[in-house]
Design a protein around this ligand. Structure first.
Ligand code: TRH
Length: 369
């Protein structure tokens, strides 16, 4: 049965908040026939990942009603399900309206992704509002069956496999991007500023393998250019191509077309897992280094089925990329395990694909109305 959804997205910084919310909104609307209204406070971030978007108060885009979350908040009636992405605070006025409704909306706080154990116990927990007759539920994405799972579009893995098996799709992709990868190892590099970059680039430049590194336009470009000085973006075996920031759907093709992917934040981290290629995650830094615990928790799950040398190569590479170790030497061991990591990436994606966040969320909310 169709329900109406209000999804609230407060853009803290970068593209992860809107990237996740927009993906969820599209999936609920287009795959599950739900009516979805997405409230976003920073329309410019939205337009960056969805170039058809416009800087206007209300619009319809790809089956979703996109509204500017402005202040004062407009006088609207809440929908059946209210999702606050990443614990963003709902407007007071809207919250009061929710409390006055004869049938209260299902109110969900969709939390950050983590592989830590405590997530399983917290997933689905209710939290009554201290004053209003409302209950908020915590919904945690995650990697195991007893969490909310991960966002995965219905036919994404089939599309990926079709891309892998069709040389025309791949050559069209490179042609459209205006890049000729010419038999080189292709690496996408989506990252924050990172002191480990010089050591990694040094290893790529000095290595025997020819490398084409694709860097989406963004905050890392200045550091990339500094590495090369005033000349062209190439040294030894390494060439860098700065490419445009692509619409969200196209980002998957970039991950599929590359041999190794460097990702950051939360949403690109999940997309790299669906791509099934070897990948390196630069986790979003948190206060008191809380992110390092998250990194370890994920690494122990992801590496469980790898043999010990591949597991330690992955661990060392990821740690070095997050500031602990030398990225250049870690790279040499990491890339030695490439064949094993390729095979592992495919089975890891297949294993995760049975736990779909959007359908879990639908079931969760149906059961609470
Ligand atoms: O942009 P991010 O660093 O976002 C982060 C994280 O979400 C973090 O958890 C959050 O707390 C912080 O922001 C505020 O990285 P992330 O999550 O990978 O999001 C990037 C989005 O951008 C993702 O949806 C993919 C999309 N994207 C494109 O659409 N086109 C592109 O060319 C690229 C490189 C990315």
């Amino acid at each position: 049965m169709g329900q109406n959804w209000d999804i609230f997205c407060n853009v803290v910084d970068n593209y992860g908040d809107i990237g996740f919310s927009w993906r969820l909104a599209r999936q609920l609307a287009n795959e599950y026939g739900q009516k979805v209204r997405l409230w976003v406070d920073d329309l410019s971030s939205f337009c960056r990942i969805c170039p058809e978007g416009r800087m206007i108060e209300a619009q319809h885009c790809k089956g979703v009603e996109v509204r500017h979350w402005s202040s004062p908040f407009p006088d609207v009636l809440p929908f059946d399900v209210v999702v606050e992405s990443f614990g963003c605070r709902l407007p007071e006025r809207y919250l009061e309206k929710m409390a006055q409704m004869p049938q209260k909306p299902v109110w969900v706080n969709l939390e950050y992704l983590s592989a830590e154990d405590w997530v399983r116990d917290s997933h689905g927990m209710p939290s009554p509002h201290p004053k209003l007759p409302l209950v908020k539920y915590f919904f945690f994405p995650g990697f195991s069956r007893d969490t909310g799972g991960l966002l995965l579009e219905k036919d994404l893995l089939e599309q990926r496999d079709a891309f892998f098996s069709d040389p025309d799709s791949r050559s069209n992709f490179w042609r459209e991007l205006g890049v000729d990868p010419k038999g080189r190892t292709r690496i996408s590099l989506f990252c924050y500023e990172n002191p480990a970059l010089d050591s990694l680039f040094g290893a790529w430049a000095e290595g025997e393998e020819a490398i084409l590194c694709l860097v989406p336009e963004g905050r890392i470009v200045r550091q990339v250019k500094d590495f090369f000085g005033s000349g062209p973006l190439s040294r030894g075996s390494l060439e860098v191509a700065v490419i445009p920031f692509v619409p969200q759907e196209k980002y998957d093709s970039l991950l599929w077309a590359c041999d190794v992917n460097f990702v950051r934040g939360e949403d690109s981290f999940v997309r790299a897992q669906w791509a099934g290629k070897p990948f390196i995650w630069q986790i979003y830094p948190q206060e008191q280094e809380a992110h390092l615990k998250k990194l370890d928790a994920f690494l122990s799950l992801y590496c469980e089925e790898l043999d010990s040398s591949a597991a330690s190569a992955v661990g060392a590479m990821w740690q070095a990329w997050s500031g602990n170790g030398d990225a250049g030497s870690a790279w040499r061991n990491f890339i030695e395990c490439r064949m094993e990591l390729d095979a592992h990436g495919r089975s890891w994606a297949a294993q995760l694909s049975g736990n779909n966040l959007a359908s879990n969320l639908l079931d969760f909310c149906r059961g609470r109305r």
